[in-house]
Design a protein around this ligand. Structure first.
Ligand SMILES: [Zn+2]
Length: 329
């Protein structure tokens, strides 16, 4: 383990890591020392020093210092072990590849009106939110030349599931949401704007709950099925909304949701005519209730999910009333 850690730190030099995460430092003195603003807290005067030779940092502002793993622990709020995994994933070529793919689709959104048009029609129109969520558009048929132009091999594209074996793009005419975990893209979700099956994820893990890093700070958490539901709720100011992409929670998502017994969870699943969403909400609510969480089931009018509810003319106060009237367990 010790040797592996040394190798890991050697493969990701501290200074390079910081620069990749948008840190700017200036040379301080003659040696390999750099100084800049501390990434661990707000400050106006640079007090964060990096010794590029020793691969160590120290901040005179907050008194914290250490190596790369320590920096990840502090900046990403991860345990030692999680930080090591995080760094190992940083080295994985697919991680960079998904980042580039998400970036490409984000630019494409502004090149083809279809994507923006679809979002607007569903009620998602705030340009700042679209930018913040990194929503993109996959026209289909143009991803491969772009990524291969960046030097990625066809084999890696196939392995990542971005291209199918006949050579077609996995996403075609879909609005794309990057799924991030600890600020890194772990998957891409594509919502069809045409007649194809509506939902598509790459064959990777869904990752944790969407935007859990920010949502976990709220005492009340709203859990929805879909990323479009989340987008419209965020747009309406319900920033305490997270999403599991579907009604089934993976083990990491379950752990996140259970991590604090101080949270009240509001399940706002689809109100399906065939009762599928309602049954899933009941089952999940029971499980959460069982482990001691404060759970509420939100009832929207039959046939609606949060996005269609707003598209049908509901307002912020209508949804707030649904939350107030939610069924408690
Ligand atoms: Zn500091």
């Amino acid at each position: 383990m010790g040797e592996d850690l040394e190798r890991l730190k050697h493969r990701i030099p501290l200074l390079e890591y910081l620069q990749r995460h948008h840190w700017t430092g200036h040379r301080a003195g003659a040696h390999s020392e750099f100084v800049g603003l501390c990434p661990l807290h707000e400050e106006t005067h640079p007090s964060f020093y990096v010794n590029a030779q020793k691969n160590l940092f120290y901040c005179h502002g907050c008194g914290r210092g250490g190596d790369l793993i320590r920096l990840v622990e502090l900046s990403q709020h991860l345990s030692f072990r999680q930080s090591v995994t995080y760094l190992q994933e940083e080295l994985a070529p697919t991680s960079q590849l998904l980042e580039h793919t998400a970036g490409f689709y984000q630019l494409e959104l502004h090149r083809h009106p279809e994507g923006i048009h679809y979002l607007a029609q569903r009620g998602v129109h705030d340009p700042d939110l679209i930018e913040e969520l990194g929503i993109g558009y996959a026209r289909g048929g143009n991803l491969r030349p772009h990524l291969m132009g960046l030097g990625y091999s066809l084999e890696l594209l196939l392995q990542a599931g971005l291209i199918s074996s006949p050579g077609r793009d996995a996403f075609c005419r879909r609005v794309i949401f990057p799924c991030r975990q600890h600020h890194r893209v772990v998957n891409l979700y594509g919502r069809s704007v045409g007649s194809a099956f509506p939902h598509r994820l790459l064959p990777h893990s869904k990752g944790g709950l969407f935007a859990w890093e920010s949502v976990r700070q709220f005492p009340d958490v709203i859990l929805v099925e879909g990323l479009l539901d989340l987008a419209v709720l965020w747009q309406e100011g319900f920033r305490n909304t997270t999403c599991a992409i579907g009604t089934h929670l993976t083990a990491p998502q379950w752990t996140e949701l259970c991590e604090s017994c101080n949270h009240s969870i509001y399940l706002a699943f689809d109100q399906d005519y065939n009762q599928a969403g309602q049954r899933a909400a009941q089952a999940l609510a029971q499980r959460l209730h069982h482990v001691g969480l404060n759970v509420h089931i939100v009832h929207l009018p039959t046939g609606h999910d949060p996005i269609s509810y707003f598209a049908a003319g509901a307002t912020k106060s209508d949804f707030t009333r649904c939350l107030d009237e939610a069924e408690s367990l």
